[in-house]
Each structure stands twice: as structure tokens, then as C-alpha cells.
Ligand binder design. Structure first.
Ligand code: F6R
Length: 349
């Protein structure tokens, strides 16, 4: 039942505070007698040591699921210390790329039935890797054929364009990072801050969903355009790819997500006063680099729409509101920021 919404995708976008809550339910512990903050992923508990000891973690998926894994990659690398590589399922199979017994191969798929991802799973099993599934569908082929896994529990996703599954996948993979890194004293404070951030995330998502009207107005301005670029980096390179994918798929407009660090190596040539460009520039370790990207785009008279942290409008847009449009979102723990940042892009399509 779509309730008050025009279509399922819109309903699922607005459901995210609840779907994220279900994704985390029973898995995060805070307080108690020891006051320890911990993560419990039942489906992985017998395998977490092997994952920690693996030589490499390989994320494998397609489309939005691949993008979710890309968003989680930095925090998995940081908290596990294990190198993480990314594979688009079809490309891994096309190349017959190297997968070893010492690898942990993590298959990310909302449906758990995507043919390309299943072929890649078959291939990784043949090569002897430990195979982990992250799916939204209990009993799906990927859930059945992997050695272990985590259900994202986001609730049935009916809209063809994946929205709530994306944010729940990121949260599950952040919890995976916490579980793998659980034995390291040196990162305990960081892990606790992320757990606090996870508890508060549904509220922040609720807050950013209030931008609905503002984003619809922005969408009206963009509807007649030929093309849209989205620049992000670090945790939010994935936001750029995923935002552009949603625009292509739903608004049927050409759109490209790009790594901001690559801007000066080619894409800058496209920038003029006509092409709209979204820059993701929320606060994290890459913020000052994004400020300088914005300056370079300004110098080319780029038509900018900047997604920034609350209160940062002047810091990202020195020329004031005449030179660019600013969308302010609540700041959260850096590795969770992609969950918040994708929402304005989802609601504007
Ligand atoms: C985009 C979208 C697709 C899927 C992709 C993988 O909105 O929905 O890109 O993400 O086809 O599907 P799953 O996650 O079911 O394996």
C-alpha cells in the first residue's frame, strides 16, 4: 500500500528513518553493566575471525549495491586494517579476475538474485574464497549460497530504483567494519563514536527529509537541462555515483558522478556557465580539498549546487547565494555522512 505517496519509490525514500532503525535493531548494544558499546552480527559470529585474518576483502555487486559498498570501503579499511578492493560483478567475471582462498568476498545485493552477482559468487566459490552475503531478501540465491552473511532487514523494496536498501546496506557495512575491528583497543573511541552516530542516524535522516520541498523546487530548475555532473570524494565519491545513477534512471537525464580529485585531469574542460554541477562538500578530512575544487569551478563560472554541512554556506560559497545554490544537511560521523547526503538527491529525482 502506497498510502499518501504517489509511487513506491517516494514511499520508500520517506520510510528511511524506520528502515534504518530495523536494520540496526538488536545489533547495537550501548550501556549495560560494562557500559561497553558493541555490535552483534549473528550471521557472522563464527566467521569474524577468518574475515579479520583474510589477506583482502573484495566487495562485489552491481549498480546501487556496488555504490553502497564503495561508500563503506574507507571505514572497513580503517577499522579492519585489511586491504579492500572493489569489483563490479560482471567485470570480475569478464576478466576472470584473481580471487584467492585467502580472500573474503562480500556479495552485496538488495534482491539477492541479480544474475551478474550470482555468476561472480559461483566464480568466487570455485576459487575457494570465504563468501559473505549482504542481502535484503531472506532465502534468496545469494543468501543461500554464501558461507555466511547479514540481512539488511530494510523491508521489501518495491520501487525499481533502489533507495532505502542503499542506506541500509551502508549501515550494515559500517556495522561490519565495527565487528571486524572489535578487537583493536587503539580504535575503541572511534568505534564508540560511530555507534553513537548510528543510534542517532534515523533522527538525522528524518531531519534531512524535511528538505523535500526545497529539493522539488531545485528539481524544477534542473528538469530542462541536458546534463548534470556530480562531484564527490572520500566517503562521498559513492554519493556522487549513486546520485548520478538515480538521476539517469528516474529523471532520464544524462548525469555523471565523478571523483572530485580527477576533476583537473579532464572533466574541467566541460565546465561552463550552463552545465549544472552538484558538489558534495560536507565536513570531513577532505573538506578543504573540496573547497578548492569549488573555487576552481567558480573560476570557470560553473553553475554550482553545493551540498554542505549545516552552517557552512559561507565557507563553501564565498560569493554568497548569487554565485551558487546551497543545500545544508546535518553533520554526522564522517563514515555515516553518505547516508544523509544521498537523501536530498533521492528526493529531487
Ligand atoms: C539502481 C538499481 C540497480 C540495482 C542493481 C543491483 O537504482 O536499483 O542498479 O542496484 O541492479 O541489484 P541488486 O542490489 O538487487 O543486486
Amino acid at each position: 500500500n502506497k498510502g499518501k505517496y504517489e509511487h513506491y519509490m517516494q514511499k520508500e525514500i520517506h520510510e528511511q528513518p524506520e528502515s534504518l532503525t530495523t536494520t540496526m535493531r538488536g545489533r547495537l548494544k550501548r550501556g549495560g553493566s560494562t557500559k561497553a558499546k558493541t555490535v552483534l552480527l549473528g550471521g557472522l559470529k563464527d566467521h569474524i575471525k577468518s574475515i579479520r585474518r583474510s589477506r583482502r576483502i573484495v566487495f562485489i555487486g552491481c549498480g546501487t549495491s556496488y555504490n553502497a559498498a564503495l561508500a563503506a570501503r574507507p571505514i572497513i579499511e580503517e577499522l579492519s586494517g585489511v586491504p579492500v578492493t572493489m569489483e563490479i560483478a560482471s567485470d570480475l567475471v569478464d576478466r576472470q579476475g584473481p580471487i584467492y582462498r585467502e580472500d573474503t568476498a562480500v556479495f552485496v545485493s538488495q534482491s539477492g538474485e541479480t544474475a551478474d552477482t550470482l555468476l561472480a559468487l559461483e566464480y568466487a566459490l570455485e576459487n575457494g574464497a570465504l563468501c559473505v552475503g549482504i542481502t535484503n531478501t531472506v532465502g534468496s540465491a545469494i543468501a543461500r549460497n554464501t558461507h555466511c552473511g547479514i540481512h539488511i532487514n530494510a523491508g521489501c523494496e518495491i520501487g525499481v530504483a533502489s533507495t532505502k536498501a542503499y542506506t541500509s546496506q551502508i549501515v550494515v557495512m559500517a556495522m561490519l567494519a565495527l565487528a571486524i575491528g572489535d578487537d583493536a583497543i587503539s580504535s575503541q573511541a572511534r568505534r564508540e563514536a560511530i555507534i553513537d552516530g548510528l543510534f542517532d542516524l534515523p533522527n538525522k535522516v528524518r531531519e534531512v527529509l524535511k528538505l523535500d520541498q526545497e529539493m522539488k523546487e531545485l528539481a524544477k530548475l534542473l528538469i530542462a537541462e541536458q546534463s548534470l555532473l556530480v562531484f564527490g570524494r572520500g566517503y562521498n565519491f559513492a554519493t556522487a555515483l549513486e546520485g548520478a545513477l538515480k538521476v539517469k534512471e528516474v529523471s532520464l537525464m544524462h548525469s555523471e558522478g565523478m571523483l572530485a580529485g580527477e576533476m583537473k585531469h579532464g572533466p574541467l574542460a566541460l565546465v561552463d556557465e550552463n552545465l549544472p554541477i552538484i558538489v558534495i562538500a560536507t565536513r570531513d578530512a577532505c573538506f578543504s580539498k573540496q573547497q578548492s575544487v569549488i573555487q576552481q569551478l567558480h573560476a570557470r563560472k560553473g553553475r554550482l549546487i553545493v551540498v554542505c554541512s549545516k552552517g557552512d554556506a559561507a565557507a563553501v560559497c564565498p560569493g554568497g547565494s548569487s554565485s551558487c545554490r546551497v543545500i545544508e544537511v546535518p553533520q554526522v560521523e564522517d563514515c555515516l555522512q553518505p547516508v544523509v547526503n544521498i537523501i536530498p538527491l533521492q528526493v529531487c529525482i
